[in-house]
Design a protein around this ligand. Structure first.
Ligand code: ADP
Ligand code: TRP
Length: 338
């Protein structure tokens, strides 16, 4: 499916990743990148740090989040010798390209973009003026994201459902530019949604999210992970009572991490009244620790040796920049008839 294609993954550095982020975004992105590389394609993986400053203004916090996200991708198996792994803010051409894209971005696109609309809705709910606290970075961010995509001639952009609209905006802007100059100046991207990836529930049954405080942590010690897992909501039915596994939260979380055989085993045990809540929580704990044990070690290594990661990111930027430079040159040549 990715034969010879350019696959681009962008990730915002937003807070210490939890198990839901890992299973729902990080692990699948690494796997897709590998798939692309294996079939002769190219994989760009970048950290969208300019996007992050719209919401986070504390430099130390920004820096910490960038480190965490860089290290978690490396720990999860991203190979920086194969994938082009870099930081958005190391590619200055991004801003020149964005300025050109602005001239082809209808303001109405930004009004309708979902991140902006969500911020307006939140203000309305709180009885505040529509644009309260909304900066131009947030308002125009789909154009910057369009640049992130077109700068490297991306064919395929794997995203979650909430980002589909932004990839479509990128495609529309690129299409408008190509049509105006009657030339394929920019590559038209398509989004890709990995249907295999499910939403991981948190320990209270809602979507696992740092904003709900219901997460299973990734990089804390076994004790903290155990504490989170043992606080997953259950009821007081005795073990012997046969249960429908689909109504049991521990089982729902287990499904996102265990093998089909393990899932079958837990399901049968619950249906037959042979497994109690303590048992299944321990099974989940084992699966989580097995999944993340090795990653946690590598993560701690990279966090403690961030100078090595800096080197990798600098090397990635060196490899990514020529594509952005070439895109900018094509655009300037056309726009200014050079
Ligand atoms: P949070 O909800 O904790 O704030 P983010 O919105 O920062 O997480 O999400 C970062 C990435 O992780 C996104 O790609 C998102 O789709 C994915 N993700 C977040 N929570 C989950 C979850 N519970 N299950 C699956 N994927 C998730
Ligand atoms: N907007 C994306 C998010 O919030 C991050 C992002 C920025 C991105 N630029 C991108 C994703 C380009 C894919 C391609 O998650």
């Amino acid at each position: 499916m990715f034969e010879g294609k350019v696959v681009l993954t962008g990730v915002k550095p937003t807070g210490t990743p939890h198990l839901g982020n890992y299973l729902g975004a990080i692990k699948p992105a690494i796997a897709l990148g590998r798939e692309a590389l294996k079939t002769g394609g190219k994989h760009y993986m970048f950290i969208a740090d300019y996007h992050a400053i719209n919401a986070e203004k504390n430099p130390e916090v920004l820096n910490q989040k960038l480190r965490e996200i860089a290290c978690v991708y490396l720990a999860g198996g991203l190979d920086p010798a194969q994938s082009v792994f870099f930081r958005q803010s190391d590619i200055p051409e991004v801003h020149e390209i964005t300025t050109i894209l602005y001239a082809y971005t209808p303001k109405g696109f930004m009004n309708k973009a979902h991140a902006y609309k969500a911020a307006v809705d939140k203000n309305r709910e709180a009885g505040k003026p529509d644009d309260d606290g909304i900066n131009m970075g947030l308002y125009t961010y789909p154009t910057l994201m369009a640049t992130d995509i077109v700068a490297y001639d991306s064919d395929i952009v794997p995203v979650g459902k909430d980002q589909v609209q932004h990839v479509e905006i990128a495609r529309d802007i690129a299409g408008a530019i190509n049509a105006h100059y009657n030339k394929e100046l920019l590559h038209l991207p398509t989004y890709y949604i990995d249907e295999r990836v499910a939403v991981v529930p948190g320990i209270d049954g809602r979507k696992m999210s740092k904003s709900y405080g219901n997460v299973i942590p990734l990089f804390e010690d076994d004790k903290s992970i155990k504490k989170a897992i043992f606080s997953i909501k259950t009821d007081s039915r005795p073990m012997e009572e046969p249960k429908n596994p689909d109504e049991i939260l521990v089982y729902e979380i287990y499904k996102s991490i265990a093998t089909p055989e393990q899932i079958q085993e837990m399901g049968d045990g619950l249906r037959q009244g042979k497994l109690g809540y303590g048992h299944i929580k321990n099974m989940l704990l084992d699966a989580v620790i097995k999944e993340i044990g090795g990653i946690r070690e590598k993560y701690n290594y990279y966090m403690a040796h961030f100078d090595e990661v800096e080197e990798m990111l600098a090397d990635g930027a060196r490899r990514a920049r020529p594509a952005a430079q070439a895109t900018l040159k094509r655009l300037k040549d056309a726009v200014f008839a050079r």
